[in-house]
Design a protein around this ligand. Structure first.
Ligand code: GDP
Ligand code: IMO
Ligand code: MG
Length: 430
């Protein structure tokens, strides 16, 4: 059947802020009506929390779709994979009753591997940056992507070629140890590491395949693909608050290069954002507000899923969202955590920045300029209602509706989904 006659929808879900927008929850919600869930960027720096049937799951490398039986999950070529982290994650999910096999979890043979020396280098480089540290997750992400771009990386296909893997790995450990030792960090043990990686390889090998072909075969069979973004727009290596970013393209384009599914096969982009803003790690944050942070932390919210760090918090920043909608080509917004603002008398939205007497509708490109921006706020009366039990969008209090309507006006995207609590069923379709 010609593609144009098929009823299908390949959808990219991306983060519109600095990560932790609730992508995992939104992907979990959308998975019901999809067939294949694909991760295309990032690594185990991601931490996606999904709460379903009263159980809490935290996904780092495995697409959240794994929680649904009979869905195919793919870790695409754009992801960097820590084999040990992946095995730990598989074991944890299995202990929670999730079924994982080579039938429902495929790993791209061209995805790059995160090795123990990458983690050691991540730590060493952060220590060397001192006060200018990025605040990485310590998962070896930057060094692994650097090796990929430097054309010195090890790819997942090597996990199916143990003899070659041992040779290549030995060479890399020895040469990286020179830097690691010089940085005052303990050398990565050569033989022990090779042995451990080979053991992990034997377990992971059955999952490793050409996932580009798998994605295209699924599309040809009329299946729907859902791309689970990791991190967020302002952590993108090109479009984020560089250098306080991660090392991959976290925006929607990254879903194509990171999976081998071309742009013309993408039908929709959904940008996920919180009803306020958070950031974990260093870097500029125009609307940062300690009082909001204290309020949310006192509610037990906004602690990182991967590192447990308290997230920095602030008001919703429509300047960031407007630009994120543009860069990602987002048709729709999924707003999460609206319930976090339930108790407030007044809610604010940053509508523009003022920079040295000029009004900006989009964020500037240097850290110095972003840091010099003063947020221009609009004030909205709070709805002062517990939203967490509401079942229909239409039943939201009028003040919550008008806040959301204003977000649509300020960003140019339509709100399609709304989160009013962490559980799967606390998602309203607008
Ligand atoms: P991700 O990395 O984008 O998947 O987001 P995280 O899982 O790291 O962080 C989002 C946090 O918000 C998690 O603790 C979620 O359980 C929680 N969450 C997501 N949506 C909602 C919501 O609408 N309301 C509340 N209260 N929590 C939410
Ligand atoms: P999810 O997918 C929030 C941040 C780190 C640090 C910067 C670089 O859960 O939204 P890295 O370890 O990638 O080199 O760290 O990026 N960071 C995230 N922040 N959510 C994430 O993922 C993140 N992944 C990386 O805190 O500031
Ligand atoms: Mg997260």
């Amino acid at each position: 059947m010609p593609r144009s006659l098929q009823v299908m929808s390949n959808t990219i879900v991306v983060g519109a802020q600095w990560g932790d927008e609730g992508k995992g929850k939104i992907v979990d919600f959308l998975t019901e009506n999809t067939d294949v869930v694909v991760r295309a960027a990032g690594g185990s720096n991601a931490g996606h929390t999904v709460i379903s049937n009263g159980q809490k799951y935290i996904l780092h490398l495995i697409p959240s779709g794994i929680l649904w039986e009979d869905k195919l999950c793919i870790i695409g070529n754009g992801v960097v994979i820590d084999p040990f982290g992946l095995l730990e994650e598989m074991a944890k999910l299995r202990s929670q009753g999730v079924k994982i096999s080579a039938k429902n979890l495929l790993i791209s043979e061209t995805a790059h591997l995160v090795m123990p020396y990458h983690k050691a280098l991540d730590r060493a480089r952060e220590a060397k940056r001192g006060a200018k540290a990025i605040g990485t997750t310590g998962r070896g992400i930057g060094p692994a992507y650097a090796d990929k771009i430097e054309r010195n990386g090890l790819r997942a296909i090597l996990l199916t070629q143990p003899e070659k893997l041992a040779v290549e790995l030995r060479e890399r450990i020895i040469s990286n140890n020179e830097f690691i030792v010089a940085a005052g960090i303990e050398a990565v043990p050569v033989e022990e590491t090779i042995e451990k990686v080979l053991a992990a390889a034997a377990t992971l090998a059955p999952h490793i395949t050409n996932t580009v072909v798998a994605c295209h075969e699924a599309i040809q069979a009329g299946k729907n693909l859902l791309f689970e973004g990791a991190q967020g727009t302002y952590l993108d290596i090109d479009h984020g608050t560089y250098p306080f970013v991660t090392s991959s393209n976290t925006t929607s384009g990254g879903a194509c290069t990171g999976s081998g599914v071309p742009p013309r096969m993408i039908d929709k982009v959904v940008a996920v954002c919180k009803a306020y803003t958070t950031r974990v790690g260093s870097g500029p944050f125009v609307t940062e507000n300690d009082a909001i942070g204290d309020m949310l932390h006192n509610m037990g919210r906004e602690f990182g899923a991967t590192t447990g760090r308290a997230r920095r918090c602030g008001w919703l920043d429509a300047v960031l969202l407007r630009y994120a909608v543009m860069v990602n080509g987002a048709d729709e917004l999924a707003i999460t955590n609206l319930d976090g603002l339930d108790g407030l008398d007044e809610v604010q939205i940053c509508t523009a920045y003022e920079l040295r007497g000029q009004t900006l509708n989009y964020p500037p490109s240097t850290i110095e300029d972003i840091e010099a921006c003063v947020p221009i706020y609009e004030r909205h009366p709070g709805w002062k209602t517990d939203l967490s039990q509401i079942k229909n969008f239409a039943d939201l209090p009028p003040l919550a509706k008008s806040y959301l309507k204003r977000v649509e006006e300020l960003t140019g995207a339509k709100i399609s989904l709304l989160g009013i609590g962490p559980a799967r069923e606390q998602t309203l379709v607008a």
